[in-house]
Ligand binder design. Structure first.
Ligand code: PLP
Length: 287
């Protein structure tokens, strides 16, 4: 079955789908994106991703290209036509097509909207979570507006490639004070020596992860103490547990940071329990 992409209101075979070479997303990285986990064919954490999309667009003065309701239909239809039960759906909205110039186009142009969906391997993801993943640490050299989910991902790309080169799953980014900000495509968490769950606060220069926000809720409901408070790399290496969150990996235990095993080098019980609890709730509330 060939994959289908939604491009500005039409479904096209992905191999043949395209946008103009003068699209500002392609030329200038002038656009934003969102990724929803697809669970049982439905959109997980739908509300949180829509809210962040609207915020990202607002921060760079791109109008919402269509209503949430219409977008929901387009997202679901992309998922359905690609027969995705478990995986992700990706939405990209750019400022549109205009003669190349850094400043916004003089006349209003319609945003470019592209949606793609792809299946994941649920069994492989569970197998990975059962053994845990490793991360490396890298300096956080991104811009100062990481709260905007922009398609400008070059520093993240380079950090992820460095991780891949070292056989790691993710790169944790570290600010000038030695504090972990987040991963190249996920948020960073530890269970500290006191059993407190810690993740960076959103006053810092990080993406406000939707999975992160949901998991704060899930963890508190389960009786854990969660603090949105920074931690150093040394604290993470000495932590009882470490894990990451994101729409792609959901909740993923970390068993190694650089050359240091986390605790006994096996997934922690808190991360493992929270992964199950998060998935249960996400499946139940998916739309
Ligand atoms: N941080 C960064 C830099 C990301 O790119 C992502 C997801 O792509 C996340 C965090 C996790 O965000 P979410 O849970 O909304 O997927």
């Amino acid at each position: 079955m060939s994959r289908l992409a939604y491009v500005n209101g039409r479904f096209l075979r992905q191999a043949e789908a395209g946008v103009s070479i003068e699209d500002r997303g392609y030329q200038l990285g002038d656009g934003v994106y969102e990724v929803w986990a697809v669970m049982d064919g439905k959109l997980a954490d739908a509300e949180g991703h829509f809210a962040r999309l609207e915020r990202s667009l607002g921060e760079i003065s791109i109008p919402m290209p269509m209503s949430r309701a219409a977008l929901t239909v387009a997202l679901r239809e992309t998922v359905r036509r690609n027969r995705v039960r478990y995986g992700i759906v990706y939405l990209q909205v750019t400022r549109g097509v205009a003669r190349r110039d850094h400043a916004f186009p003089g006349v209003a142009v319609a945003p470019t909207v592209v949606i793609t969906a792809r299946s994941g391997d649920a069994a492989a993801a569970e197998a990975r979570a059962a053994v845990g993943v490793s991360v490396i640490t890298r300096p956080d050299d991104r811009w100062a507006r990481c709260d905007i989910k922009t398609v400008n991902l070059l520093p993240n790309v380079l950090a992820k490639q460095a991780a891949k080169g070292e056989g790691a799953f993710e790169a944790w980014l570290v600010d000038k004070d030695g504090l972990v900000t987040e991963g190249a495509s996920s948020n960073a968490w530890i269970v500290d020596a006191n059993g407190v769950l810690r993740t960076r606060d959103t006053g810092a220069n990080i993406l406000r992860g939707v999975t992160r926000l949901s998991l704060i809720d899930v963890a508190r409901e389960a009786g854990y103490t969660v603090e949105e408070r920074p931690f150093t790399v040394a604290e993470a290496k000495a932590a009882r547990e470490a894990f990451l969150t994101g729409a792609g990996a959901l909740v993923m235990p970390i068993v190694r940071i650089d050359d240091s095993p986390v605790a006994n080098g096996h997934p922690g019980e808190v991360a493992t329990a929270l992964r199950s609890a998060y998935i249960r709730r996400a499946v139940e509330s998916a739309i």
